[in-house]
Design a protein around this ligand. Structure first.
Ligand code: B12
Ligand code: SF4
Length: 482
């Protein structure tokens, strides 16, 4: 079957992000023997026109969209991408009708997986795949090719407009697997060659790579365990190092971002990957998301020796009661220890904070700001308000308490801000961050102007942009370029 895979993500903040998920999907579909064409709309001037032209040219039998972001999860400067996706699916529907055989329309990606039922109601697609593509998409294509219904395939949704049941079939089960065998996806290489990787490297700085899937924590607001499963599924560290070595050799990539939910857990795996990189002597630099839990001095030193030169720490809060109500599973003391250990290991730190959760008060906000500031981080990214998603403990509580009426009401971004800080939070954070210069409020202060971002990348800067905040000249500028 001939399939057109479309990457619909056009967000360029903080950087244009290479569509790694679709590259995995493409690899799986190719391996199953389907003719695969890719259309990446990230840089298209007129996405609808580009899509219509591609459909006319390629005449695919199936068009599958990768929907990465539903919104920017930032309040109050919220950006909502669903209307753009709707317009693309409609364009595909209309352009497809012009051919002799109307193509099937399929949607997938994290934006879809977060709320598959409501998304199927809104988007006029024939099928949707919630969760990972590697097994479900080839199975769906084979079913369509054989004229069978794909609705029994785990994760596959049908169109309610065409009478498919609104409740999903079984979701794929992510079993606990031994050692470093995390399942079939770990043996695939994302098909980066189908995309304009050099352009992403030029305008986005880093290549992205995944060493595992899943997160074993269950922080109350977080969707990552829903998207990736609640167990770790690990790649063999040598295979991670092989992939990086290939990227170094073929494209000269020396700067990377590990997209794992939490890089440092399980500790043995983070160590394994770091040691594999050390053995290869690749002279690369990389950043990752980390949790203060399990981030020991020894591990940090090994990571630094392997090229880690920045961590985005999922700290969320530094107030004892807020940490508990967010379900974080570590203490304020741990945050202080980690900050100190990072300094000793020479790894710059960017705290990621979320203010306004249940039980937040002016005092807990002040506590967090004071304590985090005291750790002298290179940067702090703060969100004011918690994006609510169905299936998370916080989202379920919002549904049960009647704050949100139906699952579809989560589609348009809904944020929770505890009434105790509703009028206090944003003015306070604005003042606090203006006085510091290295606190970023993506939802409150307009982000970096695209021209400045492009200029910085054009000049060859390869690290996450928060690193620039160490320079006095960029203080209050990097993400404040109005
Ligand atoms: C790493 C990451 C980042 C990094 C990316 C670094 C980099 N260079 O890649 C950074 C920090 C830059 C970032 C930024 C943002 N991110 Co982010 N990010 C993630 C994270 C943790 C992993 C994404 C990833 O690469 N996964 C690995 C790939 C392989 O998985 P995948 O993309 O999901 O693809 C799989 C499936 O979805 C499926 N699939 C994908 N495409 C298709 C297509 C079809 C047809 C099918 C069937 C299946 C399918 O198969 C794939 C393989 O199994 C996710 C959360 C998560 N755990 O998934 C959030 C996430 C994607 N981000 C999110 C958001 C909101 C953002 C920002 C808008 C935040 C902001 N305000 O700045 C920006 C947008 C950036 C941009 N330009 O688009 C949200 C999107 C949800 C939402 N609310 O809309 C997520 C889901 C987190 C969340 N809050 O729930 N992000
Ligand atoms: S916030 Fe981090 S540690 Fe907590 S569930 Fe999400 S990914 Fe896991």
């Amino acid at each position: 079957m001939k399939i057109l895979l479309v990457s619909a993500n056009r967000e360029h903040f903080p950087d244009p992000v290479f569509p790694l998920g679709l590259a995995y999907a493409a690899s799986a579909v190719q391996q199953a023997g389907h003719r695969t064409v890719v259309l990446d709309l990230a840089f298209a001037k007129n996405p609808e026109k580009a899509l219509a032209e591609s459909i006319q040219r390629e005449r695919p039998e199936t068009i599958a969209f990768s929907l990465r972001n539903l919104d920017n999860a930032a309040y109050p400067l919220t950006r909502f991408y669903l209307p753009d996706y709707l317009s693309l699916v409609r364009t595909a529907r209309e352009s497809g009708r012009a051919g002799s055989r109307t193509p099937f329309l399929v949607v997938g990606g994290s934006a879809f997986g977060l709320m598959p039922g409501p998304m199927m109601e809104v988007l006029d697609a024939d099928f949707g795949v919630a969760g990972e593509s590697e097994e479900a998409l080839p199975a769906l294509l084979s079913a369509l090719e054989d004229g069978c219904s794909p609705l029994g395939i785990p994760g596959v949704f049908g169109s309610p407009r065409r009478g498919a049941p609104s409740a999903p079939v079984v979701f794929p089960d992510f079993p606990s697997l031994p050692s470093f065998d995390g399942g079939a996806w770990t043996r695939l290489r994302p098909a980066r060659e189908l995309f304009d990787l050099p352009r992403y490297l030029r305008v986005g700085g880093m290549a992205n790579i995944q060493t595992k899937r899943g997160c074993v924590f269950r922080c109350r607001y977080c969707t990552y365990p829903l998207l990736e499963g609640g167990e770790h599924r690990l790649r063999d560290p040598e295979s991670v190092a092989d992939e990086i070595e290939e990227l170094v050799e073929r494209h000269g990539v020396l700067s990377y971002f590990f997209v794992d939910s939490v890089f440092n857990l399980p500790v043995s795996h983070a160590e394994g990957v770091s040691r594999a990189l050390i053995r290869r002597k690749l002279r690369i630099r990389w950043s990752a998301y980390a949790s203060p839990a399990g981030l020991s001095r020894g591990l940090l030193e090994t990571m630094a020796a392997a090229g880690c030169d920045g961590l985005e720490l999922g700290t969320d809060s530094a107030d004892v009661s807020t940490l508990e109500s967010l379900g974080k599973g570590f203490s304020t003391e741990r945050i202080l220890e980690v900050a100190e250990d990072c300094r000793k290991a020479g790894i710059p730190l960017c705290h990621s904070l979320i203010f306004g959760g249940p039980g937040e008060t002016p005092e807990t906000v002040r506590n967090t700001c004071r304590l985090i500031d005291g750790t002298r981080p290179m940067a702090v990214v703060s969100m004011a308000g918690v994006r609510l998603y169905p299936g998370t403990p916080l989202g379920d509580w919002a549904l049960e308490s009647g704050m949100v009426k139906t699952e579809s009401d989560f589609l348009e971004p809904r944020f929770f801000i505890d009434p105790a800080v509703r009028s206090f939070l944003i003015p306070y954070l604005e003042r606090f961050s203006a006085a510091r210069g290295n606190w970023i409020l993506p939802g409150v202060v307009p982000p970096l102007a695209p021209t400045t971002q492009r200029l910085i990348r054009f000049l060859g800067y390869k690290k996450p942009l928060w690193h620039l905040l160490k320079y006095g000249v960029f203080k209050n500028r990097v993400y404040r370029d109005r």
